[in-house]
Design a binder for this molecule. Structure first.
Ligand code: HEC
Ligand code: HEC
Ligand code: HEC
Ligand code: HEC
Ligand code: HEC
Ligand code: HEC
Ligand code: HEC
Ligand code: HEC
Length: 469
């Protein structure tokens, strides 16, 4: 049974001013006005200051908290975790905590040694990976935080109180503004580069173009920000992935409207499984849909009871509803078809054959089990991770340049020009031909390789014989 997402998260509780305005907090302000004037100024101009929420209301800690420190006569913690914010913002806390964002560290933890430590080192993890993904923050005996694991505001940071992520990943402190978080830059400082080239993709899409030209019409400061009511000039990351559209509830769970897993060697469409306690996980639709009420393992290995399941189709419908505020149905459905077709092309023509060949090489022990000590392993990684991700994100988000030149074109260049030649070198003539015949040239899409005699149009481009006939 498929139900509408989002799950039943407690509606925004009425914020009750009797919960804040701690008297001792006023001393923090008067001293920090001098010791860190700009920080305090940001707070003074914020919705929090206006409502009377002061430094201590957020930084207050319990003596028993392992990161509690004594500071100018008060017990405080430097980290104000999502759980701390959740004291007042229940809805945002719950949505964030169950989302893929919160899992950004735990999900890659077992991949870190191969990807990060072997290739580079712990220093790079702290200055690089952890700044986006988060760290597991380590507290010393005296309550202070180790420089190896803090500072960072990574999206899946494991906090000393066990809560996940960091609200100031998107809401820069100490203004904690929603207007600022609606700007694409709140996302693109992380969503850039080969893991997730969305900054580049969006900037080279018509949507990004229109955002740039119409920024002043975007009404980012509006109290509510409903597409079609409060703005209409261009969609931003937030519009499509988290924002409110008539008929689509806004949510801090950014992954809900995505049907595909676009960052894998082979993409799959995915169910979104929602557990009793609000936790969520994705499951490829090549597996049977879990039933409501059944037990299923969560990402952390513990068991949970399935409360609801959203099919890939349902997730796509919700995303599409956003587009329909600005476009017609045929236009949107046909574009989505172009996108899905590109993902399938990538999968069938390159992703699956390359993955099958790599598996065979490991099986035949032509490669060592270590992941990055042979050239073909880097070619494979680049093919699906860098180039394949660029292609799929480009097609998902309307960047023709990333779908083709930065994406599929590079995938193909790599596959034909590096991956297959490396395979030949590594496996020897006979085994290589066998594998290529089985996974590559037996497919229609690669059959052109069997016809080397066809006229070669490249020659017309000035390579070799100069001729334009
Ligand atoms: C008498 C001045 C003074 C008062 C009162 C004061 N602070 Fe500070 N605070 C400082 C100074 C100076 C620093 C920087 C210390 C340093 O860098 O070693 C600091 C550092 C901090 C830090 C960073 C701690 C870290 O991890 O390094 C936090 C958080 C903080 N203050 C919050 C507060 C809060 C909350 C209050 C009110 C309960 C408060 N401060 C009261 C002067 C003050
Ligand atoms: C709405 C909650 C909130 C309020 C109000 C607040 N802070 Fe913070 N503060 C945070 C968060 C979140 C962090 C980031 C800690 C982290 O996740 O690493 C932080 C970090 C800090 C830090 C250390 C990080 C740095 O950049 O050096 C200091 C110092 C600090 N706050 C001081 C203050 C002072 C002084 C006030 C009052 C003028 C104040 N805070 C009010 C939430 C708050
Ligand atoms: C600039 C921010 C940033 C940095 C730095 C970064 N990542 Fe990522 N990473 C991301 C984002 C954003 C995604 C999400 C991709 C998506 O879902 O589209 C991601 C996804 C991943 C994935 C998942 C790929 C998949 O299968 O979906 C892994 C593994 C990963 N990163 C590992 C690392 C490691 C290891 C490092 C350090 C060497 C690192 N990342 C550095 C932002 C970053
Ligand atoms: C991925 C980025 C991101 C993260 C992380 C994030 N927020 Fe937000 N937040 C936003 C955006 C964007 C908006 C504005 C949404 C809109 O208006 O459609 C927003 C709006 C809000 C609002 C205003 C809600 C309203 O209806 O007026 C609150 C309160 C809030 N966030 C709290 C939090 C808390 C608490 C956390 C951490 C548990 C958090 N946010 C983490 C991006 C984020
Ligand atoms: C003690 C209660 C309390 C805590 C703790 C708290 N907030 Fe708030 N927050 C408020 C109140 C009150 C408002 C203003 C009323 C409103 O906008 O609903 C507010 C407003 C906001 C807004 C909307 C700002 C805007 O531009 O309109 C954001 C975003 C936000 N908080 C994020 C956070 C984050 C992130 C944390 C933790 C670092 C946090 N809050 C901690 C009470 C709190
Ligand atoms: C601090 C870094 C950071 C920021 C800021 C950030 N993200 Fe992410 N985002 C990530 C990482 C890392 C992942 C990968 C998480 C995983 O795979 O578990 C991710 C995953 C995603 C996904 C993929 C969900 C899926 O279906 O797999 C979407 C969509 C997304 N983010 C949208 C946004 C939007 C929109 C914003 C801004 C409002 C934003 N992100 C801000 C780091 C960030
Ligand atoms: C016009 C709507 C739109 C805008 C604007 C947009 N996206 Fe997307 N995004 C999509 C669609 C559609 C997909 C593919 C969803 C699917 O898997 O079906 C997608 C996919 C993604 C993914 C990969 C998730 C997956 O399926 O694996 C990430 C990460 C992401 N977007 C982040 C961003 C960021 C960051 C921005 C802003 C720079 C942004 N998006 C702007 C519509 C949009
Ligand atoms: C806020 C309104 C808005 C939203 C939401 C929106 N778009 Fe657009 N989109 C536009 C505008 C305006 C253009 C530029 C039209 C033009 O002048 O060519 C555009 C351009 C495009 C283009 C480029 C091709 C062309 O003919 O211009 C595609 C493809 C597209 N949108 C698909 C989508 C899809 C799919 C979604 C939902 C995931 C979506 N859009 C969401 C307003 C929007």
């Amino acid at each position: 049974m498929f139900v509408l997402i989002p799950p039943a998260v407690a509606e925004k509780v009425k914020l009750d001013p009797s919960n804040w305005g701690l008297e001792e907090g006023k001393e923090c302000v008067s001293c920090h006005k001098k010791s860190s004037a700009a920080l305090t100024h940001e707070w003074q101009n914020s919705a929090h200051a206006e409502a009377g929420v002061n430094c201590l209301d957020c930084h207050l800690a319990d003596q028993v908290d392992n990161d509690a420190i004594e500071h100018e006569g008060a017990i405080i913690a430097t980290i104000v975790s999502p759980k701390d914010c959740g004291r007042c913002h229940v809805k945002e806390f719950k949505e964030t905590e169950g989302s893929v964002h919160a899992k950004a560290l735990s999900m890659i933890k077992n991949r870190l040694p191969a990807l990060a430590d072997n290739l580079s080192g712990k220093e790079m993890v702290a200055a690089g990976c952890a700044q986006c993904h988060g760290s597991e923050v380590v507290v010393r005996g005296d309550g202070t935080l180790t420089p190896e694991t803090w500072p960072n505001t990574g999206i899946g940071r494991i906090n000393p109180d066990g809560s996940l992520g960091s609200c100031s990943a998107c809401h820069g402190r100490h203004s904690f503004s929603k207007a600022q978080a609606r700007d694409p830059s709140a996302c693109t400082w992380c969503h850039t580069g080969s893991d997730s080239p969305d900054d580049e993709v969006y900037a080279s899409s018509k949507h990004g173009m229109l955002y740039e030209a119409n920024r002043s019409k975007m009404n980012l400061d509006s109290d509510q920000w409903v597409l079609g009511k409060d703005y209409s000039a261009a969609p931003t990351c937030v519009t499509c992935h988290m924002g409110t559209t008539p008929g689509v509830k806004g949510s801090h769970d950014v992954g809900m409207r995505d049907a595909w897993s676009l960052n894998r060697p082979v993409s799959e469409q995915q169910y979104l499984v929602i557990f009793d306690d609000g936790d969520r996980r994705e499951l490829p639709d090549s597996q049977p849909a879990p039933r409501r009420g059944s037990e299923l393992s969560k990402l952390d290995g513990s068991m949970g009871k399935v409360k609801a399941v959203a099919s890939p189709k349902r997730r796509r419908q919700i995303m599409t509803k956003v587009c329909l505020e600005c476009h017609g149905k045929n236009f949107v459905n046909s574009y989505m078809k172009q996108f899905d077709n590109l993902v399938k092309l990538y999968n069938d023509k390159f992703g699956k054959p390359a993955q099958a060949i790599m598996s065979a090489l490991y099986e035949k022990q032509l490669l060592t089990p270590a992941p990055f000590d042979e050239p073909i392993e880097f070619s494979f990684w680049r093919l699906w991770h860098d180039e394949g991700t660029a292609a799929r994100h480009g097609a998902a988000m309307m960047s023709p340049n990333y779908a083709s030149w930065e994406g599929m074109h590079k995938v193909a260049q790599n596959f034909y020009g590096e991956f297959l030649p490396q395979l030949r070198q590594l496996a020897g003539e006979e085994t290589a031909n066998e594998l290529i015949e089985m996974h590559v040239t037996s497919q229609d899409q690669h059959s052109w390789l069997n016809n080397p005699g066809k006229p070669n149009p490249i020659l017309g481009y000035g390579i070799g014989k100069e001729s334009h006939e």
